[in-house]
Ligand binder design. Structure first.
Ligand code: UDP
Ligand code: MG
Length: 330
């Protein structure tokens, strides 16, 4: 067999000081097991991305990196959100490894699914999606809203793998092509299917968060869904056009009916019904304008071509601050 693939496990962290000390040893143990089982190279690493945390997360990552050469860390200059943090990690890892696995740092996703992911890669798949087989551990509310989220996404033309979040193996070959997707509004789980290549799913059970709190309350979930849909599809605009055509036809029929009534001498005194219709149509128009405005706004943001994230520090490079201090000491 040819040389073993180098694996980078990419882990975004935002205010995770409570959970990191618990899960970091778990990730290291898993990496060790993967190396021992002969699946991946001993040069494999864990790459933590600090997404502008306001707590001690970065200090914890630096301490871990100092203690164990298998741990690496990059720090973003500010909080850029989960998707951008994962992207930053993947782009940093791309040229240093053969495969990446992205996973949340809260220990909810079953680490043992990595074995099957790497096996699928060794069998020739370039992308392997981790899919939750059950959601018993989520609250009823989270479960229902999440199911609705996938239905809505697919219904509105954003192709996503059902019950797949961001636990995923991607080869560096795919990442190099993915790097050409330069859009500012990113929704990773909907974008990797667009890159193509041979892919498969690996099923696992999702557990409860080991510590700390979820950063995805309902508001953020809705924002993610809306962002996903408007980033991947223009179907809502066609739907709006359809609704507009439907209501126009309805209006036409109603006008004809009114003319007939006048001719028959049965004038209608229904200001209430008129009022309702005006309100309804006004509402639909405002929503439609809002949706179209979202697309215009997105186009505006895309034209700026701003960087999606800025790396301020890397554990394997001398920090700027430290460099200044050393210069001063001379
Ligand atoms: N996260 C991040 N930036 C953010 C929010 C979250 O990097 O702005 C990370 C977080 O540290 C975790 C992952 O994204 O590793 C998923 O977040 P969380 O567990 O809060 O979401 P949930 O699993 O509840 O959907
Ligand atoms: Mg979580």
């Amino acid at each position: 067999m040819s040389a073993k693939p180098i694996l980078y496990i990419v882990i975004p962290c935002y205010n995770e000081e409570a959970v990191l000390p618990v899960t970091a040893p778990m990730f290291l143990k898993k990496l060790e097991a993967l190396v021992d089982s002969g699946r991946v190279s001993a040069s494999s690493r864990i790459l933590f991305v600090n997404d502008g945390s306001k707590d001690a997360t970065w200090a914890l990552i630096c301490a871990l990196a100092e203690k164990d050469p298998r741990v690496l860390g990059v720090c973003l200059s500010r909080n850029r959100g989960h998707q951008n943090a994962v992207l930053a990690g993947l782009m940093e890892a791309m040229d240093r490894c053969d495969i990446t696995i992205s996973i949340d740092c809260d220990g909810q996703d079953d680490l043992d699914a990595m074995d099957a992911m790497v096996d699928a890669y060794l069998d020739g798949c370039e992308v392997v999606y981790g899919v939750r087989s059950r959601r018993d551990t989520d609250t009823w509310f989270k479960r229902t809203t999440a199911q609705g989220f996938y239905r809505l996404m697919n219904g509105l033309g954003a192709e996503v793998v059902y019950n797949h979040a961001d636990y995923r193996l991607v080869s560096s070959l795919v990442l190099r092509h993915f790097a050409d997707f330069g859009e500012a509004n990113i929704f990773l789980r909907g974008m990797f299917p667009l890159v193509g290549f041979k892919s498969t799913c690996v099923y696992y059970e999702r557990r409860e968060r080991l510590a700390g709190e979820s950063h995805y309350p309902l508001g953020k979930m809705l924002a993610l869904a809306f962002n996903g849909i408007t980033s991947l599809s223009v179907k809502p605009i066609s739907l709006i056009t359809g609704v507009g055509v439907g209501f126009s036809l309805l209006g036409l029929i109603a006008s004809l009916w009114a003319v007939v009534k006048v001719i028959l001498g049965q004038t209608v005194h229904g200001w209430a019904s008129l009022f309702c219709i005006v309100c309804l149509l006004g509402g639909i128009q405002l929503v439609s304008l809002g949706v179209i405005g979202q697309y215009v706004g997105k186009t505006y943001m895309e034209t700026k071509r701003r960087p999606r994230y800025i790396v301020s520090e890397r554990t394997w490079e001398k920090g700027r601050r430290r460099w200044i201090e050393e210069e001063r000491e001379k």
